[in-house]
Ligand binder design. Sequence first.
Ligand code: SF4
Length: 355
Amino acid sequence: MTKKGEPLQQGSLPRRVQRIIKISSGFNKPFFSIRPGHTASGALKKTPYTTDTTGQTMKDTIRKLAKEKNAIILAHNYVPAEIQDVAHLCGDSLELSIRAAETDADIIVFCGVRFMAETAAILSPEKTVLLPVEDAGCPMADMVTPEALKKRKAQLPGIPVVTYVNSTAAVKALSDICCTSANVIRVVESLDSEEILMTPDRNLALYAASHSSKKIHLWEGFCPFHNTLDRKTVSEAKKAHPDAFFIAHPECPPEVLAMADAVTSTSGMIRMAKESEHKKFIIGTETGLLHPLRQACPDKIFHPASPEMYCPDMKKITLEILKNTLEKESGRVTVPEDIRIPALKAVRKMMAIKG
Ligand code: SF4
C-alpha cells in the first residue's frame, strides 16, 4: 500500500529542473526520431578519436596524463561511447565509487553527474575527486532539497528515510539508509519498520511497494527521461521488434514496468543480456547503455525503447574536456565532514545488506 507524499509544486522546484520538465513534456514524438550523435536505431554513433597537436590520439594523451597523475577515470554507463572507451572503469554510479575507493589512485575523475562525484568523495575523502563538467547535474536529485526533506521528516516522526543514491550528499546525510535500483527491495525489507519514506524517485518507490507489504510514503520526484517512457511508445517498440525481450529500469513508470519481461538496474541489464538465451532486446533506460550492452554482447541486437531517453547532462562531457580536467585538475568536488560522515553512514548501512 502506498501513500502519496507532499506533491512537488513545479513553481517551487529549482529553475533548472523546471526547464528540464518543460523540455521533457514535448517527448511524445514519433518513435523513430533521431537524436544528434545517434544512429537511426538509437545507438550512439562511434566518434573517431581526435588527434592532438603532438600527433597522439586523444585517448593516448588522456591515458598518459592519468598515469602521470595516478588518476583513475570512471565513466557512468550513460556517458558518450568515446568516454566509456577511454575510462579505466565503466558501470553504475555506486559500483564505480566503491571500486575507485579500493584503488590506490590519488585522483578520481568521475565522468558522470555531480551526485556521482559526491558519492566518490564520500567514500574516498583522502582522494581528489574531479567532475569534468561542473554543471552536469541530475534533475531528479535536485527534486529533493535538505530543507524539504527535514519538513517532511517532521510530519512523519520515527519513520525511516530510504534515499536512492541518485541524490545529493546533503540529502543522503539526512537519510537512515541509501538504496540503489538493484537493491531497493532488499533495503526496504531490511528495515524494522512497517512504514518508510522514500526519496526522491516516486517510480522506484512504487516498484519497491509492489514487492513489499510495507506502507511507503512517496516523494514526488522522477527522472525526466525514464518517466517519459509510456505504454504507447513501448507498444510501438514491441510491434516493431516482436521477438525482442523487453527490459525496463525501475525509474520507468509502473504501467511501463507492467509491460516488461524483466525489470532491473543498468548493471543488471548487462548481466541479464549476457546470460540470456534471447538474441534481441528492447532496452528501457537511457540510450547510453546501448554501448556497453553491444560491447558485452556483440552477437545480440539491442533496440532502445525510445531514443528520447537521452539525458543531456550525461552527454555534456567530451574527450577535450576530460583531457583539460586531467591537465588542470579542475572541477574538484568536496563534501564537508558534517555532511560526509552521516551520508557515509547511510551508504555503509546499505552496503552491509547482503544478497
Ligand atoms: S538519466 Fe535521469 S536519473 Fe540519471 S542523471 Fe539523468 S536525470 Fe538523473
